[in-house]
Design a protein around this ligand. Structure first.
Ligand code: ADP
Ligand code: MG
Length: 226
């Protein structure tokens, strides 16, 4: 019975997600179609509309590529890995983007951390999402602090703290809903996908935030017993 309930829940979630995706992709598609029709009837207006078409197509591409991360759970490759290395790789990868936005990224790992079992590509995707969100929350520059610590019961905590705009209470309550965004060109998929990936790793996500002060996103992951 429980199993049936779970399946029904999953199906209805999938349905909600599918409806959201269809909606989010139909909007830019409809607009592309409209502008193409305009150009077909009046080729002289082409230059005006090419940029809009490009932007709308970029949006579809972004949504689809973010969703692809979710669509490949069967390709997951779980291996023993070092969290220090993964965090280091992500920090190196994101450094240019942070510098460009006048954001200082500091990171610190406690000594003697145990190994984790993860799909490192997916986990990096999650950390990149959090750093991107932190960067986007600091439009006038700021800092991001990443800390890795040993938690209780052999767990590991990885926290991402920024001194950005913070999250209003009504948004905070809905974090993880698909297509929840406060940004002009946001997809509102990053957090939901990150949550899904962390779930697949038997981990947890915890987010605390204060408007005008900043945000901490904390990931807790199990470690491999030494
Ligand atoms: P997107 O970045 O495309 O908007 P996300 O799922 O990554 O979608 O994030 C959803 C929303 O959560 C963002 O639009 C933003 O309002 C809020 N948010 C997430 N992380 C932060 C952060 N570090 N600081 C402030 N707001 C954040
Ligand atoms: Mg994001």
């Amino acid at each position: 019975h429980d199993e049936l309930m779970k399946q029904a829940e999953k199906l209805s979630l999938a349905g909600q997600l599918a409806a959201g995706i269809a909606h989010e992709i139909r909007n830019p598609l409809t607009s592309v179609k409209g502008f193409i029709q305009l150009i077909a009837t009046a080729p002289s207006v082409k230059s005006q509309y090419i940029d809009i078409i490009q932007t709308e197509l970029d949006r579809i591409e972004l949504i689809v590529s973010e969703l692809l991360v979710l669509a490949k759970p069967h390709n997951l490759q779980f291996r023993e890995d070092s969290i220090e290395q993964i965090v280091q790789d992500v920090v190196t990868l994101m450094a240019p983007q942070a510098t460009l936005h006048a954001i200082e990224v500091k990171h610190q790992c406690a000594p003697g951390l145990l190994a984790i079992r993860c799909d490192s590509n997916q986990l990096k995707q999650v950390f990149i999402n959090f750093i991107k969100n932190a960067i986007e929350a600091c439009p006038n520059g700021g800092w991001i602090q990443i800390e890795v610590q040993q938690g209780e019961g052999g767990s590991i905590h990885i926290s991402f703290t920024d001194n950005g705009c913070g999250i209003p209470e009504h948004i905070l309550q809905k974090m993880g809903d698909p297509f929840l965004t406060t940004k002009k060109t946001g997809t509102g998929l990053g957090f939901m996908i990150s949550q899904k990936i962390i779930e697949n790793h038997q981990g947890q996500l915890h987010i605390t935030s204060k408007e005008g002060e900043g945000t901490t996103v904390m990931v807790t992951l199990p470690t491999v017993p030494a």
